[in-house]
Write a protein that binds this ligand. Structure first.
Ligand code: PLP
Length: 374
């Protein structure tokens, strides 16, 4: 029996670290600028847009490949989301981005998809030249670097969603890089009951892994339940909520050494998975080799007949993600054909720090066995 969760589950070691954690939160890797803490990445994004003075009558450019939770902060501050194309490799065509900037455009949001840096230096230059702000969406890119710089350094503001990479009950972080910017304090206090429930949910992953089975696998086969889950997570409204006490304690307990070991584990798992892909015909990696400095969120595959392969992997105990099988209704799939192409083909294999080489090896052997049957 095998069950491998999609995200890093909460372990007893994490709980011990949480109990020991305390004091001021200095988020490892984000110490270079004032960082405001929120309950979610979308709340951090909305606070970043507000700090930039963006509101009604303004437009914000967003990549056409994204989920509702990146659009909703723009709508929340009263601005209008406008989209620019993303290629089948998640790349950005700078000429098309430049052409999409209009008289009311105040900011460009650049997403570092799955932790892989977008063309952030070139987009930084473009934004400076056109006199608009760069919002770096680092929701997938905690601990990532580009050359000597941490991701989140390039934007006027940068938003993180640390609960995606760490087993926290919640969490969003906003980094303000432009001098003089100030973020408002979150107006809603986090609910203790909800963060306890979320901690329990994340701890369940450890139990399920130990038993080698999870009810999630059966549930995720059902398209209607997947849609419901998507609506309840990506589609959830932006609440201007602070980070919960357990999440703060856990973040405070992540030392630079611990962060480095998480990055090393994720990178090693990614590379091991990547080696397994040489010669597979039914799937190909979205990004290929791992550039220096990347802390990958997952291992993205491009597959034809994605829903079939998802079912196959779920049936074998591997919890795969899609990131994103539904685009927001405001993105026109007939106009953004490559975003729709990705939406229909992407699958994300787990490579998080909760998995060791042996478990990644099991996924690799499974992939090879599927090759002979495909
Ligand atoms: C690229 C990106 N940005 C922002 C967010 C919002 O983060 P959160 O779910 O913490 O609100 C998400 C969530 O999936 C995301 O994928």
């Amino acid at each position: 029996m095998l069950y491998l969760p999609a995200d890093a589950p909460l372990t007893p070691g994490d709980l011990v670290r949480m109990a020991r954690g305390g004091g001021a939160v200095r988020v490892s890797g984000l110490e270079w600028q004032p960082t405001a803490l929120f309950g979610s990445g979308r709340a951090a994004l909305a606070a970043g847009l507000r700090a930039l003075g963006i509101g009604p009558d303004d437009e914000v450019l967003l990549p056409a490949y994204l989920c509702e939770s990146v659009v909703s902060p723009v709508v929340e501050v009263g601005a209008t989301p406008v989209f620019y194309p993303v290629g089948r490799d998640c790349g950005v065509d700078l000429a098309l981005l430049d052409a999409a900037i209009g008289a009311r455009t105040r900011a460009v949001v650049l997403i570092h998809f799955l932790g892989f840096p977008g063309p952030v230096e070139a987009v930084r230059d473009l934004c400076t030249r056109r006199g608009i702000a760069l919002v770096e969406d680092c929701a997938h890119a905690l601990f990532g670097r580009l050359g000597a710089r941490p991701l989140g350094w390039f934007g006027d503001v940068a938003a993180f969603s640390p609960w995606k990479s760490l087993p926290l009950p919640d969490g969003g972080a906003l980094v303000l890089n432009r001098p003089g910017l100030v973020a408002a304090e979150p107006s809603v206090r986090p609910s203790t009951a909800r963060s306890a429930a979320r901690l329990g949910y994340r701890a369940l992953g450890t139990l399920e892994m130990a038993v080698g089975w999870s009810p999630r696998l059966a549930l995720l086969h059902r398209a209607s339940l997947r849609r419901g889950l998507h609506d309840a997570t990506s589609g959830a409204p932006v609440v201007d909520e602070g980070m919960s006490a357990p999440a703060r304690r856990m973040l405070a307990a992540i030392t630079p050494q611990r962060a480095a070991s998480i990055v090393a584990r994720r990178r090693a798992n990614y590379m091991q998975m990547h080696a397994a892909f040489a010669g597979l015909s039914w799937a190909r990696p979205l990004f290929g080799a791992l550039p220096d400095g990347v802390c990958p969120l997952g291992y993205p595959l491009v597959v034809e007949d994605r829903d079939h392969w998802r079912d196959v992997l779920l049936a074998r105990g591997v919890n795969v993600r899609t990131y994103w099988e539904h685009l927001p209704a405001v993105v026109d799939p007939d106009r953004f054909l490559d975003a729709a192409w990705l939406r229909d083909r992407i699958l994300i294999l787990p490579i998080h720090q909760g998995l060791h080489g042996r478990q990644v090896g099991r996924i690799a052997r499974l992939l090879a066995s599927l090759e002979t049957r495909s």
